[in-house]
Design a protein around this ligand. Structure first.
Ligand SMILES: [Zn+2]
Length: 486
């Protein structure tokens, strides 16, 4: 596809300022195009004030069937019109891109998309440089950090992206992980904070609310009492709570009013009959692997979550990494990772493929069945990469799409999971998540047909965020050898 670079104009800048005047809260606001740094501009392939994407195969994010021969008109940072080619009026002066042979979907909304990468050593490295470029280049235009090891780096990065200083997705900040004292407190190496009394729990929530965090993430070892206090205080502050659970079951957390649960069935310990209340049992994953999915307890969990409106986040790409099914590292993974990380990762996967826990395959299959049943029952499922091991930022979000299609979801339904459902959980669905007139112009242009060949989702050719079209190849080339370093 032909790539065109146009300089931004003064007129365009004042138009963006006009939009800023009309729109309120972050992050769904227009970027001031005049304020873009030279570096951000260097990644732009399309920056005309009016752009028409013609003859595309459109997956609009609503879950409805794909529509061939569609045209999308973008004006400034918004979608102006969408419809059949020939019926949609192309404004004079529009930059027209004939995209016959391309799929278009909404920008992905990654709900478990840390700005750090967890490698096999084990070590967590902040991805202040590589993370935002790789997410954006792979088509992820909005992320929730869902646990932070360096919250002020995340907050500073969010500000720099919003001011146009550096390229990257829209970011919703999650506070540092919160846990209860216990064996998992060793994870304070990931910057986790152990709550020791009610006052500490409330102080922690209020502090991070004031600093701009919109979500709290509880982690594995947390007591029901601490989790309940955190949910109560977060809701008082207008924040939401999600968790990677272990010491508390899904039904318990649902009854407490939690908003979102991470990792799906993988993190639900409630079927382990050996688990002590408020404690994380070492056997619980085995209990999930051995679970009969027709066990009535499974349907009870799902119906209680759906009735309470508790959303779930699928992280199947990283889960696959922890099974003997782990796929080979691809060329693009090897490009993005430095040699020392690749070596450590090769060693890790050789263990997982041979000696370690073949029953993890059963766990993985039950996890996929649970997600199908949850959606079938009316649950809101979103997805995120949880960048670790061979699941890289953005690339792992694309792998989620492939795995969920293999699991039995329709491709259009998975587009909804990776875009509109995430926007809905974040409360941004008025502005983002579907390709509809009036919404912000966050779109992914993919060469190929993601319904016929789901792996075509890797062939991203343009990523629009706020109506600006980024060249994914320039973004990914910039991070060569940098994931796990900076
Ligand atoms: Zn995570």
């Amino acid at each position: 596809m032909e790539k065109r670079v146009r300089p931004c104009t003064r007129i365009l800048g004042s138009m963006a300022i006009l939009f800023l005047g009309f729109l309120g809260g972050e992050p769904a606001r227009g970027q001031d195009r005049d304020a873009l740094s030279g570096e951000v501009r260097s990644y732009l392939a399309v920056s005309s004030p009016v752009v028409a994407l013609e003859n595309v195969l459109l997956f609009d994010g609503t879950g409805g069937p794909a529509r061939a021969g569609q045209t999308i008109v973008i004006r400034g940072n918004r979608i102006e019109s969408v419809g059949a080619t020939g019926e949609v009026e192309i404004p004079s002066g529009a930059e027209r891109l004939d995209l016959e042979g391309h799929s278009v979907m909404p920008g992905m909304v990654g709900l478990h998309n840390h700005m750090f990468y967890y490698q096999s050593t084990p070590r967590a490295s902040q991805m202040q440089y590589s993370g935002p470029r790789l997410y954006l280049g792979a088509g992820v235009t909005t992320v929730r950090t869902t646990g932070s090891v360096s919250p002020y780096q995340d907050i500073s990065l969010k500000g720099a992206i919003e001011r146009g200083e550096t390229p990257g997705p829209r970011i919703l900040i999650t506070a540092p992980y919160v846990i209860s004292p216990g064996p998992d407190e060793r994870l304070r190496d990931l910057g986790m904070y152990a709550i020791r009394d009610e006052e500490a729990a409330r102080r922690y929530v209020r502090y991070w609310a004031a600093e701009g965090a919109e979500w709290i993430k509880a982690y594995t070892q947390i007591t029901r009492e601490a989790l309940g206090t955190i949910i109560d205080e977060a809701h008082r502050q207008g924040m939401k709570v999600t968790a990677h659970l272990c010491s508390v079951g899904f039904r318990e957390a649902t009854a407490m009013g939690i908003d979102n649960l991470e990792h799906g069935l993988w993190a639900n310990s409630e079927y382990d009959t050996t688990r002590e209340p408020d404690e994380c049992s070492p056997n619980y994953q085995r209990s999930i692997a051995e679970l009969d999915m027709d066990d009535p307890r499974v349907a009870e969990t799902i119906s209680e979550m759906v009735a309470a409106g508790v959303a779930m986040t699928s992280t199947v790409a990283v889960a696959e990494q922890a099974t003997p099914l782990v796929p080979d590292l691809t060329e693009r993974d090897l490009d993005a990772l430095p040699d020392h990380v690749v070596e450590a990762e090769m060693e890790r996967r050789s263990i997982f493929r041979t000696t370690e826990m073949p029953w993890m395959i059963n766990l993985f299959e039950n996890m996929l069945d649970f997600e199908l049943a949850f959606v079938e029952a009316g649950g809101v499922l979103a997805a995120g990469v949880d960048p670790a091991w061979g699941a890289l930022p953005g690339y792992g979000d694309q792998r989620n799409f492939e795995i969920l299609v293999e699991a039995g979801f329709e491709p259009a339904a998975v587009v909804r999971i990776v875009s509109a459902n995430g926007a809905r959980i974040l409360g941004l669905d008025d502005e983002l998540g579907t390709v509809e007139a009036g919404k912000l112009a966050d779109l992914v242009v993919i060469e190929g047909d993601i319904e016929l060949r789901p792996s075509d989702i890797r062939n991203v050719r343009l990523v629009f965020k706020d109506g600006l079209g980024y060249d994914p190849n320039r973004l990914t080339a910039a991070v060569a050898g940098q994931v796990g370093v900076r």
